[in-house]
Design a binder for this molecule. Structure first.
Ligand SMILES: NC(=O)c1ccc[n+]([C@@H]2O[C@H](COP(=O)([O-])OP(=O)(O)OC[C@H]3O[C@@H](n4cnc5c(N)ncnc54)[C@H](O)[C@@H]3O)[C@@H](O)[C@H]2O)c1
Length: 458
């Protein structure tokens, strides 16, 4: 990773080097797994690792990438998916040569993994996590940890009951430019934060993919308030280092589901293909065809449902105000179906302001820029080089932390556990409740966690 500042920057070279060196150490060191006996990377022995959920996410990042990149520290001992056809293709794609199972319980009994990676459907995370804990596994789980407060309680109770560790793989924290922001905020570069403006946009095609599958149904992905925004609320909770206390929200579905002008059974053979802005032939993508369309007959899981099907019960625009325990206010929006993928954000503090924009024209393709304005002074630009790999380079940094450097320190507090998973998810849950009731919703009382002005780790 390279961090530098533009020629416009008044910061001294010495100041930059101190900052850059500290950040590098933070990014490649530390792990939530460090204190766990038998964790990944333990003395000489490979960690027994199993995967449940072989959709696009599971087979790539936690399947093939683990086998190819971390085979010296991790042994993939079992792969599970409830769809036998998808499982067979997944096994071939991942290339581990390990046994495959349609029953999670059978896999856990027969392969005895030390860690179970959960990349199943969002509304199934809690049952897979609890099953894994029951069989003595530590858990890594994709975001969102779960989709509602009842399931969150079950997870928290099981974590206490079985005494094992749960890591939530919040990859968004690990993108180098976001880690740099965390470092500047931790260093109090702009003092204490009073307000944050955070506005995230999703493109037409990105939203389309959500509308076309289970993400489009509220009881499956918790709406985008949870499925997508859990990333964003986690970033804010982490950047502010404080807990959310109260949420007021608006949201609406204006262009999809029953609001659409026509509908078909699914995209690939739709009579309205010529008229529809969202037409997509999934069968042209061999990987998706082999994972999904070839295996629909096993479980009826359709990846290219109509975006105008009446079952859609999520929203395409969202707006919320969130109050934090440290008295910071967040003004947040998630606007989907736009011509821009990314966000812009501003932190206003007692000693200045930091702002930045990610993605979309006219941002630079090589680096990210944070504009830092110390109170009463000229703005300066802090540049962070983009890294290769998924999610702005964050996926690779996270993987290194999980599977290669588990015992190093974690100065930026990037590792996340159930507390973080629950608190980010609860902002979305409270937004849903606020929308339904038309009033602000308190976070306290939605779980066993008491919001704190300065969050404890995990
Ligand atoms: N962090 C990120 O940036 C990121 C990116 C993409 C997806 N994700 C998350 O990863 C997870 C998987 O996403 P995806 O797009 O691969 O979904 P998917 O629907 O393509 O795949 C999920 C797979 O899990 C299987 N499954 C579901 N419940 C199961 C159960 N109880 N037992 C066994 N198998 C089960 C399904 O058959 C399917 O193959 C989701 O939770 C999603 O939110 C995170």
């Amino acid at each position: 990773m390279h961090i530098h500042q533009t020629n416009l920057s008044p910061l001294s070279r010495r100041a930059f080097m101190v900052t850059g060196g500290k950040l590098s150490a933070g990014l490649f060191a530390g792990s939530a797994l460090s204190s766990v006996k038998g964790a990944v990377g333990g003395a000489g022995e490979r960690t027994r690792f199993a995967l449940v959920g072989t959709g696009v996410r599971g087979v790539a990042m936690y399947g093939r990438d683990v086998v190819r990149g971390y085979g010296d520290t991790v042994e993939l001992v079992g792969i599970c998916d409830s769809n036998p056809g998808r499982l067979a293709y997944a096994s071939e794609y991942i290339g581990a040569g390990c046994p495959t199972f349609v029953s999670l319980e059978e896999m856990l009994v027969k392969t005895k993994p030390q860690w179970l990676m959960v990349t199943t459907w969002d509304w199934q995370h809690h049952s897979c996590i609890i099953e894994g804990l029951k069989h003595g596994c530590n858990i890594m789980c994709e975001k969102p940890l779960t989709i509602d407060e009842q399931k969150a309680r079950l997870i928290r109770d099981a974590e206490k009951q079985y005494g094992k560790k749960i890591v939530v793989t919040f990859n968004y924290r690990y993108a180098p430019h976001r880690a740099k922001l965390k470092e500047m905020l931790m260093d109090k570069l702009i003092g204490d934060i009073t307000t944050v403006d955070f506005h995230w946009n999703i493109t037409h095609s990105h939203l389309q993919r959500y509308m076309q599958r289970w993400h489009g149904e509220a009881d499956k992905g918790g709406t985008l308030w949870v499925h997508k925004a859990t990333h964003h609320f986690d970033l804010i909770n982490w950047w502010l280092d404080s807990d959310p206390t109260e949420v007021f929200a608006f949201a609406d579905l204006e262009r999809f589901g029953a609001k659409g002008p026509f509908r078909g059974r699914n995209c690939r053979n739709c009579d309205h293909a010529d008229q529809c802005d969202y037409y997509w032939d999934i069968t042209r993508n061999t990987h998706l065809k082999r994972l999904y369309t070839d295996n629909e007959h096993h479980d009826g899981y359709i990846r290219d449902n109509c975006v105008f099907r009446r079952e859609i019960s999520i929203f395409d625009k969202h707006s919320a105000v969130v109050k934090y325990a440290n008295n910071a206010y967040l003004n947040y929006s998630l606007t989907a179906d736009t011509d821009y993928e990314g966000f812009w954000i501003a932190f206003n503090g007692t000693k200045g302001r930091i702002e930045g924009r990610e993605g979309g024209w006219p941002s630079n393709r090589d680096y990210h820029e944070w504009i830092v304005t110390p109170r009463g002074k000229t703005p300066r630009v802090v540049r962070v080089q983009f890294e290769e790999g998924g999610h702005w380079g964050g996926d690779r940094v996270l993987m290194d932390r999980l599977f290669r450097n588990p015992d190093a320190p974690d100065p930026l507090h990037q590792s996340a556990g159930t507390r973080d998973g629950v608190m980010s998810m609860l902002v979305g849950v409270a937004a849903r409740k606020s929308l339904a009731a038309g009033i602000p919703i308190q976070i306290a009382g939605l779980s066993d966690i008491q919001p704190m002005a300065v969050r404890p780790r995990g």
